[in-house]
Design a protein around this ligand. Structure first.
Ligand code: FES
Length: 340
């Protein structure tokens, strides 16, 4: 029997990936896996189970126009009590995880190694007790061994693998940074809780403009790993901006992944005035109206809050708005504060 993965994204950012048999409706599969998507009639009559399918092929069995209109169906809405997946799917559920009687999954992990990639970044590799389904671009909370604390990091690895990796900014005095610099050893046990986040790669249906600031590169590595598997018919331009040349990490991997995906252009930018580099300054000094393809492009940005604001203002100056602008404000100090 064929089984499909269905990622359920709840409105609070929690994602749970369930398995759905080919003849099983999504609400039934979710219920079997202890997730209660809001529903009432189970017959396509009331509309209570209406969600939004962001990705995937599916069939809908019987439903009344009162429950969901044809226009809604054409937009991508689905009645999950009548939804039979025909491929892996991503479904947005308009309720919190708690309201659906679920929560982020906690997965046991074991440190495989810590790589000192630069003065400003660590690479952390973790073996997982079981493969963790997530959407490329999402993050998990990583427990700091020996403490009750956790920090949020985007995966830099492919979804569904037994090994996960992360790029972690070195914050002198930060609890995770101190652990990685001074105590971390292969075999350390830690817990990952998630996945979470609304920053993930949607179906690639037009050219892509990806903007990474510092260790905000991580989710784009995961996205490229995913595209190596899935392929893409559309070009991707990745601007990777850091302060100094020494802060450009994982370049070999970026280049290898870009080559494996094909049709990916990687552009590096350095902000420090004293650096000798072809492109200096900020991404807003280099992103052109041409990059935005007349608005027919999806923009993804992972970087510090000022970068998000500056890029948004830059689109206004260029007079071109992308079809979609997804961003993750990556603020290490805030993350430390929020997670503490
Ligand atoms: Fe009533 Fe699905 S539960 S339409």
């Amino acid at each position: 029997m064929t089984t499909y993965s269905v990622a359920l994204n709840f409105e609070d950012g929690v994602t749970r990936v369930i398995q759905c048999d080919e003849d099983e409706k999504v609400t039934d599969a979710a219920f079997r896996q202890k997730i209660n998507i809001p529903m009432d009639c189970r017959d396509g009559v009331c509309g209570t189970c209406k969600c939004f399918a962001e990705k995937g092929a599916y069939e809908l069995e019987f439903y009344l126009d009162e429950a969901m209109t044809e226009e809604e169906e054409a937009e991508g809405y689905v009645l999950t009590c009548q939804m039979l997946p025909q491929s892996d799917c991503v479904v947005r559920v308009p309720a919190s995880a708690a309201a659906c009687k679920t929560a982020p999954e906690a997965i046991a992990g074991e440190v495989l190694g810590v790589d000192r990639l630069s003065d400003t970044a660590f690479g952390l590799r973790v073996a997982l007790a079981k493969p963790l389904g997530f959407l490329p671009g999402q993050y998990v909370n990583v427990g700091i061994p020996g403490t009750e604390l956790h920090r949020a990091y985007s995966f830099s690895s492919a979804p569904g693998a037994r090994e996960a990796s992360f790029l972690i900014r070195n914050l002198p005095g930060g609890r995770m940074s101190t652990y990685l610099a001074e105590r971390a050893a292969p075999g350390d046990a830690l817990t990952l809780t998630g996945p979470m986040g609304a920053f993930y790669l949607r179906p690639v249906e037009r050219p892509q403009l990806w903007l990474a600031g510092g260790t905000g590169l991580a989710p784009f590595l995961s996205m490229m790993e995913y595209l190596v598997e899935q392929g893409s018919d559309h070009p991707v331009t990745l601007y990777y901006a850091v302060t100094r040349a020494a802060d450009l990490v994982e370049l070999e991997r970026v280049t290898a992944l870009a080559g494996a995906v094909g049709n990916v252009t990687v552009v590096t930018i350095l902000a420090a005035p004293e650096e000798d580099h072809a492109r200096k300054g900020f991404v807003t000094d280099h992103v052109t109206a041409e990059d935005l393809n007349g608005g027919d492009c999806d923009v993804y940005l992972c970087g510090p809050p000022p970068m998000v604001d500056a890029v948004r203002a830059h689109f206004g100056k260029l007079g071109v708005q992308p079809a979609a602008f997804h961003f993750e404000k990556f603020n290490p100090t805030e993350t430390e504060a929020k997670a503490a």
